[in-house]
Design a binder for this molecule. Structure first.
Ligand code: ACO
Length: 331
């Protein structure tokens, strides 16, 4: 069976940067509080009228350009997001239409912070079995429309930003390079710890006047619990992937963790015995962009020359569900 590899990477961040100081003007918070607890200094917010598939479309265009491919070369689209354009149909079909690609298959993956890695695993499997040769995997989010910018929502509102990252997956001509292994996990017992309640199909109708005013339209998070589980699951899944590949943490050249919170990643790096400079961070500039954070980070480190041929790259994420996953690749 052939291996798959990433043929091209692209990112797109909306232009509008929103600093912690701007948030101070909206509700009771401080730059110091946000930096100390999360590492975030600013985030990007998309303008009114911009859809998640719009950000994805620009990131996809750049990934194709980076791969030296045309949109028509794609065989399939996988779109990871927790902030889709509409509840249905999925954002994948909107993206496909914007790219002028009528006909090819599209699939949405609703796995929040691990959405990109779950999607990558699916694309990897498609390519390995020879089902598709060129798969576009996009992670994109417009969080800024669904954050509660008041004191009640401040714990969550300070964390998130908008953005998109995309990769094109295809067969690797060299069997030793490409995606080596991906492990995915979930524990639905913690589904209520980080969630959005507004859509509740058990209610008739599923959205009531009451749910519009009782706070259900905003995401809710048990922050301490998320933190506690993240710093356990991240090292655990990294170690299980390395074990399967007969490798050690020292062998990894660069870790690209999901950018949920700088403190989570510092703690996870410490537990793994990995120096912090090997655990890439850009959360200070973008906040948490959920499914987009890993492909955005990948695109940045490639541009900065931090990745060379044959480097071992470990991507890892933890998030709502709870779900967690790690994927190791040789560049
Ligand atoms: N600004 C100022 N004060 C705040 C803010 C804010 N934005 N948010 C909460 N506070 C207050 C609280 O009201 C509380 O005040 P009180 O003591 O008077 O009650 C105080 O700060 C401490 O609140 P805690 O919730 O206990 O704060 P904690 O130290 O746990 O930090 C945080 C909160 C940063 C969210 C932390 O729990 C955390 O990092 N959790 C991980 C969650 C995370 O990163 N999620 C990302 C999304 S999920 C993912 O992608 C994995």
């Amino acid at each position: 069976m052939v291996r798959s590899r990433i043929l091209g990477v692209g990112r797109y961040l909306p232009e509008r940067a929103v600093s912690n100081f701007e948030l101070e003007e909206m509700f009771d918070t401080s730059d110091e509080w946000i930096r100390q607890r999360t590492g975030i200094e600013e985030r990007r917010f998309a303008d009114e009228g911009v859809y998640c598939s719009d950000l994805a479309s620009e990131a996809a265009r750049r990934a194709l350009e980076n791969a030296g491919l045309e949109a028509e070369d794609l065989d399939f689209i996988i779109f990871a997001t927790l902030s889709p354009d509409h509840h249905f149909p999925g954002s994948g079909v909107y993206l496909q239409a914007k790219m002028g690609l009528a006909g090819i298959g599209c699939m949405d993956v609703r796995n929040q912070c691990t959405g990109f890695l779950y999607s990558l695993a699916v694309a990897d499997a498609f390519v390995r079995v020879g089902m598709y040769r060129r798969v576009l995997v996009v992670g994109a989010e417009v969080h800024s429309s669904a954050l509660n910018f008041t004191n009640e929502g401040r714990d969550v509102a300070v964390l998130f930003g908008d953005g998109a990252g995309a990769v094109v997956i295809g067969p690797s001509e060299d069997d030793s390079r490409g995606i080596l292994s991906t492990h995915m996990h979930a524990d639905g017992h913690f589904a209520d710890k980080l969630k959005l309640d507004i859509w509740d199909i058990s209610k008739k109708p599923y959205i009531t006047p009451e749910t519009l005013t009782n706070g259900d339209i905003w995401p809710k998070m048990a922050g301490k619990e998320v933190f506690k589980h993240a710093v356990t699951r991240i090292p655990e899944v990294v170690e299980s992937v390395l074990k399967e590949c007969n490798l050690k943490t020292e062998d990894v050249d660069l870790f690209l963790p999901h950018q949920a919170n700088l403190r989570i990643n510092q703690f996870a790096a410490y537990r793994l015995g990995v120096p912090e400079e090997k655990f890439y961070s850009n959360i200070e500039s973008y906040g948490n962009t959920t499914a987009a954070s890993i492909p955005i980070a990948l695109s940045e480190v490639l541009e900065n020359g931090m990745i060379e041929k044959n480097h071992l790259i470990m991507m890892v994420a933890f998030g709502s569900g709870f779900t967690w996953a790690a994927s190791l690749m040789r560049w």
